[in-house]
Write a protein that binds this ligand. Structure first.
Ligand code: ARG
Length: 415
């Protein structure tokens, strides 16, 4: 074994490892493999970010049975919602125009918790189950190195030469329970309270529409109710605080929005994506909460923002999404951008009603005490007060001046 980067641990250097443990096949094989290959002790850490249907006690028992000294379970839903998802909402965060970044937002929090628990449990190394082809390795390792420069990192899946079949064989040999027999699950899944992704298997064929079995969270639009539902999303300073007038804490609000959106088939995204490591990959996302809340937020922001703010902010939103996608949660530019997002969102208070119907979610009503909107001015009725129609011709003459000059120069006779 050799190392490419200074933070990679060689077998002799590892005493005790903090393993980011999901309970799945890769990290279960790792749990044993690290004990065998590195002759190291393993402490496991499992983080709850609101992955639906996960039984964390089962995961913990499995880790202990496979020889972990301990398995920490951290319920980080609250911190994830407040410190990661809410800023993403203020930044209307969508990477590549469609991916609301749920995985990308979760990784820096998981890595931070790993550094904290590694220090508390006397670990010198952090291990994770990422492959060498994805973005998650970049996000986790960048964050670990930033926050815990004394720690080393191992990513066994990146180095070991085992394919799926060999992993299953290794698991059998070492008494690791394998879910669902030796049938490889068709998709690679990652999820939390802000969304769910499926990759791999038949999804890799770009020419094929998604198979129905991909969608485990969102009802397929064809099967969604025939009756539309209106959902009023209330915001205070850019933070969603209520649904249909009922005040909710962030975690419950996001879960409730996901449930309602999912029922109406809202939030299916078929996305070909530019990974940070150069690959183009197709993901199928189910993001019902984001598909309801992000457009509602954007609509309200537009209502309270000036033409200048509304033209400018999307550029910064895109930069925010890119930095988060790219694993640079601790990049100073991101906190600079956050200061801007917060300043704009000071005024983003009000309510937007979204109409959900068979896969679509569109704003149908909005109100805000800060709206830069005056029904009397905008209407076709009488004018006067702040707006004088008599001024418009003068405005048009000056507004079009350069365009008119340029046009006439470019169309001079003889050219
Ligand atoms: N393409 C998304 C991203 O890079 C989702 C990745 C899902 N991660 C996973 N380990 N399956 O953030």
């Amino acid at each position: 074994m050799h190392r490419t980067a200074s933070y990679e641990a060689l077998p002799g250097e590892v005493g005790r490892v903090l393993l980011l443990y999901s309970g799945g096949l890769d990290t279960s094989v790792m749990l044993k493999w690290i004990q065998d290959e590195y002759e190291a002790e393993v402490v496991a850490l499992t983080v709850n970010l609101g992955q639906p249907g996960e039984d964390f006690d089962v995961v913990r028992d499995k880790a202990l049975r496979l020889g972990a000294l301990d398995c920490h379970l951290v319920d980080a839903r609250e911190e994830f919602a407040r410190e990661y998802v809410l800023p993403a909402i203020r930044a209307n965060a969508l990477y590549g125009g469609g991916y609301p970044l749920f995985t990308a937002l979760g990784r820096p929090l998981i890595a931070k918790l790993a550094v904290e628990r590694a220090r508390e449990s006397g670990c010198d190394t952090i291990a994770h189950g990422c492959t060498g082809k994805g973005n998650d390795q970049v996000r986790i390792e960048s964050t670990v190195m930033t926050l815990g420069p004394e720690l080393k990192i191992i990513a066994p899946v990146r180095g070991w030469q085992m394919g799926r079949e060999e992993e299953i064989a290794y698991a059998r040999e070492h008494g690791i329970p394998v879910k669902g027999g030796s049938e490889a699950p068709p998709y690679s899944i990652d999820d939390n309270l802000w969304g769910r992704s499926s990759e791999g298997g038949p999804i890799e064929d770009l020419a094929e529409p998604p198979r129905d079995d991909v969608f485990q969270l969102v009802t397929r639009p064809e099967e969604a109710p025939d009756q539309a539902q209106d959902l009023a999303v209330g915001f205070e300073r850019g933070v969603p605080v209520s649904l249909d007038g009922e005040r909710l804490e962030p975690v419950s609000l996001l879960e409730r929005a996901a449930e309602i959106g999912a029922r109406h088939g809202v939030g299916i995204v078929d996305h070909v994506e530019d990974r940070i490591v150069g690959l183009k990959v197709r993901d199928l996302y189910e993001v019902p909460a984001a598909a309801v809340i992000l457009p509602a937020h954007k609509e309200l922001e537009k209502l309270v923002g000036t033409i200048h703010q509304n033209n400018f902010k999307p550029h910064l939103d895109a930069q925010w999404a890119f930095l988060v996608y790219a694993g640079l949660w601790h990049e100073p530019l991101l906190s600079d951008l956050d200061a801007f997002m917060d300043a704009v969102n000071e005024h983003v208070t009000g309510t937007v009603t979204m109409r959900l119907y068979k896969g679509s979610a569109r704003p149908v009503a909005r109100s805000s005490p800060n709206a830069l909107y005056d029904q009397a001015l905008a209407g076709f009725g009488e004018s006067g007060g702040l707006f004088s129609q008599a001024s418009s011709p003068g405005f048009i003459e000056l507004w079009s001046l350069q365009t008119r000059m340029a046009y006439s120069i470019r169309n001079r006779e003889g050219r």
